[in-house]
Design a protein around this ligand. Structure first.
Ligand SMILES: Cc1cc2nc3c(=O)[nH]c(=O)nc-3n(C[C@H](O)[C@H](O)[C@H](O)COP(=O)(O)OP(=O)(O)OC[C@H]3O[C@@H](n4cnc5c(N)ncnc54)[C@H](O)[C@@H]3O)c2cc1C
Length: 416
């Protein structure tokens, strides 16, 4: 296929949209990126910044199902729900429950591993054209846990070993040697030596976006209202104008459902809301990101200070932020690092992880329109998966062959 001057419209300038634009440019396409905000304003701004290539095992697991009701009812647990959204979320929960069995868990794990394993090498293809020296650190990531559910921790380690994920089990004294400031609340942990993190997700995204513009990419700061088709070609309609393209890509993260509903697909996308706060001038306490697994709370040393990120709250896109959830991650951070006691935090932020009930992203062509493509639904791992998803979807849009089995990511899975 000759891609020269073929026009593609991408909706969404988060990490998925920007990386897809860059890989499409490498193939010679002429790209216009649409976003109603400045690039990198949503989930791709406030995440924990981890490149988590090891994180193949997702939340759709048999053991999680047993713990969910208890977690939802607890005020200081890792999960929460906005009860005014509960009824709206029931269909999603039913599908999630159906995916909480060993077979579905392993299907998700295998297909997440396939792309996670390629995540860093795909970023390298983009990072070679920008300066990342002040923005990407290679110091690994530590998870630690208390003495609850130790059998599950063993199971996770075993699965990752079988997949060939590089990991080192940590005894309490080894955690202390690596990160002496962490409170000794841990029973054990794991170190992922190959994991990386960014010290400023938004800055890194903007550097990629600048490259996109330097390569001739166009940016329209407009809200996309709908997509229609003329002789099979997509027309992107904004408040100001209509734009006709040869092909289009929806990469709107948790907001993608509005557009996919319009084109007649019933994709069960919802959001797992997460929060962050910053503790300024405290980065000396940690050498690398740490995660307290039982509390789903991560602390990452960043340019803004220590970024405390985490918690999963089911509550849709419209509900206001929840003060209790913010307090929850602050309390967890102070348990992890008692030196934060008495320190003020800044920048209370709510973000939307885009999640479908089988915890696999949606990457591929639309069921109904062959010139419309999707890349969203990357849940807790959208930052890690930006480049590889962009590489995959750009290959599909260029009608190239691939050795990867991409069937698990197709939106067709929701039609059966
Ligand atoms: C607290 C928290 C911590 C996280 N930590 C990590 C981590 O450490 N590692 C990791 O890999 N992942 C992490 N994630 C997940 C990751 O941030 C997301 O999966 C990822 O950023 C999603 O990127 P995206 O480009 O799909 O969506 P977004 O970044 O949300 O971008 C979507 C864009 O689409 C635009 N848009 C939407 N609708 C329209 C429209 N109609 N017209 C025009 N524009 C539109 C929006 O304005 C937005 O800019 C975390 C998430 C949260 C909330």
């Amino acid at each position: 296929m000759n891609n020269k001057n073929l026009k593609i419209g991408i909706i969404g300038a988060g990490i998925q949209g920007v990386c897809s634009g860059l890989f499409l440019q490498k193939k010679g396409f002429d790209i216009t990126l649409f976003d109603r905000e400045e690039p990198g304003s949503f989930a791709s701004y406030g995440n924990a910044g981890h490149f988590s290539l090891y994180a193949s095992i997702q939340l759709n697991r048999p053991d999680v199902l047993k713990d969910v009701p208890k977690m939802l009812l607890s005020t200081n647990g890792p999960l929460a729900i906005k009860w005014n959204y509960f009824l709206k979320m029931i269909p999603w929960f039913i599908k999630f429950i159906k995916n909480c069995n060993s077979k579905s868990m392993m299907h998700t794990t295998k297909n997440m591993h396939q792309i996670l394993d390629l995540s860093l090498s795909s970023y390298d293809e983009l990072f070679k054209d920008i300066d990342t020296s002040d923005l990407v650190e290679s110091r690994g990531i530590i998870y630690f846990w208390n003495n609850e559910n130790l059998k599950i921790r063993e199971m996770e380690m075993k699965i990752r070993d079988e997949l060939g994920v590089k990991q080192q089990a940590l005894k309490p004294h080894e955690i202390h040697d690596l990160e002496p400031n962490i409170n000794k609340i841990y029973h054990g942990g794991v170190f992922y030596p190959n994991a990386k993190h960014t010290t400023n997700p938004r800055k890194l995204l903007l550097r990629l976006f600048d490259l996109f513009k330097k390569n001739g990419g166009k940016f329209e700061k407009q809200n996309v209202q709908d997509i229609s088709f003329s002789e099979g070609q997509p027309i992107i309609k904004t408040e100001k104008d209509s734009y006709k393209f040869e092909k289009a890509l929806i990469a709107c993260g948790a907001f993608s459902k509005k557009l996919t509903d319009q084109v007649g697909e019933k994709i069960p996308l919802d959001t797992e809301r997460g929060y962050h706060v910053h503790f300024e001038n405290m980065t000396h306490l940690l050498s690398r990101p740490v995660i307290y697994l039982n509390k789903a709370t991560a602390i990452t040393p960043m340019q803004q200070g220590l970024r405390v990120a985490g918690t999963v709250e089911f509550g849709g896109l419209e509900n206001p932020p929840s003060k209790k959830r913010i307090q929850n991650i602050i309390n967890n951070a102070k348990t992890m690092l008692p030196q934060l006691e008495g320190k003020k935090h800044s920048d209370e932020w709510l973000g939307f992880r885009p999640t479908v009930p089988d915890y696999l992203p949606v990457i591929g062509a639309s069921k109904n329109y062959k010139n419309l493509f999707y890349s969203f639904g990357h849940q807790h791992l959208g930052w890690t998966l930006g480049a590889i998803s962009g590489k995959i979807v750009s290959g599909l849009m260029a009608e190239e062959n691939t050795n990867l089995d991409l069937s698990a990511y197709s939106s067709q899975r929701f039609s059966t």
